[in-house]
Ligand binder design. Structure first.
Ligand SMILES: [Zn+2]
Length: 172
């Protein structure tokens, strides 16, 4: 969560100085992915609590609730990112600081890859298929951040819509 939050803050700075909607979509995505660690954390702590008189089977179901919450966050962030990129199609704005956009795409890639390696390693160690799957998710997100890099180069080569196109790829 902290690695993804650090990635988000760095990317947000570049969104502000560049106006890149692809990077904005990627930043929203990474931020919502970072936030999903919170309900998982709560569920994990609750799930380890012993059963009480009222909850005789314990609190293991908290993880299911966390799963539903995560789906809601992912859906919401997809709607926000889609809205932003469609809005920009109708109100195009020139991009600034393209090299920073490209650098921020690489930051997104490396941030997600660090998270992926960590989650897969810990997931295999404790035997959690969910954590391994989330690690694979982060790895794919890293490749989506590379779409921001591709969009940046596309704009440089004279294709201004390359940035919006990359924005659309940000929610696999
Ligand atoms: Zn993701």
């Amino acid at each position: 969560m902290f690695v993804l939050l650090a990635t988000t803050i760095l990317q947000l700075g570049v969104v502000i100085i560049s106006g890149s909607v692809a990077l904005l979509a990627d930043t929203i995505h990474n931020f919502s992915d970072a936030l999903t660690a919170v309900p998982l954390w709560v569920a994990f702590v609750l799930g380890r609590r012993v059963a009480t008189k009222r909850y005789t089977y314990g609190f293991g179901r908290a993880e299911d609730l966390a799963g539903l919450f995560i789906i809601a966050v992912v859906a919401l962030s997809a709607v926000v990112a889609a809205y932003q990129s469609i809005e920009r199609f109708f109100h195009p704005q020139p991009l600034n600081n393209l090299w920073w956009v490209i650098a921020a795409g690489f930051i997104g890639f490396f941030g997600n890859e660090i998270v992926a390696i960590y989650r897969i390693r810990v997931g295999q160690k404790i035997g959690s298929a969910a954590l391994v799957a989330d690690g694979v998710h982060a790895r794919i997100d890293g490749f989506t951040s590379l779409a921001v890099v591709a969009g940046g180069f596309g704009v440089m080569l004279g294709f201004p819509l390359a940035d919006q196109s990359s924005a659309c790829s940000s929610r696999p």
